[in-house]
Design a protein around this ligand. Structure first.
Ligand SMILES: [Zn+2]
Length: 104
């Protein structure tokens, strides 16, 4: 009978849906979008799908950890310190480019 085949199909479909929800994990968003989100306190989309419900997050790096210790380890890394520096510098916007191009 074809029962087994339909089960298999259903599983594959749910897996596909799941992977589509994990867009927020590490370095997928550009820095200016992260800056906007952090500065305007925009709630994180799909937070319930993140490790530990997004409780242990480094918002500036856009990374989420499953426990406090891992987060502390991350804070000590070179990558995180570099990101902190980058975060304080203003990102170039389309408007900047237009001003430079003499459109305003
Ligand atoms: Zn970080």
């Amino acid at each position: 009978m074809a029962r087994k085949a339909t089960q298999k199909h259903g599983k594959g479909h749910s897996k596909k849906q799941h992977s589509a929800k994990v867009i927020l994990v590490k370095g997928k968003r550009p820095l200016d979008q992260i800056q906007k989100g952090v500065l305007n306190n925009v709630p994180i989309e799909g937070i319930e799908n993140l490790p530990a419900n997004g409780k242990f997050a480094c918002l500036k790096c856009d990374v989420y950890f499953k426990d406090y210790n891992t987060l502390q380890q991350h804070i000590k890394t070179k990558g995180h310190k570099k990101r902190l520096k980058e975060f304080d510098t203003k990102q170039h916007t389309t408007k900047d480019a237009e001003i430079a191009g003499g459109l305003y």
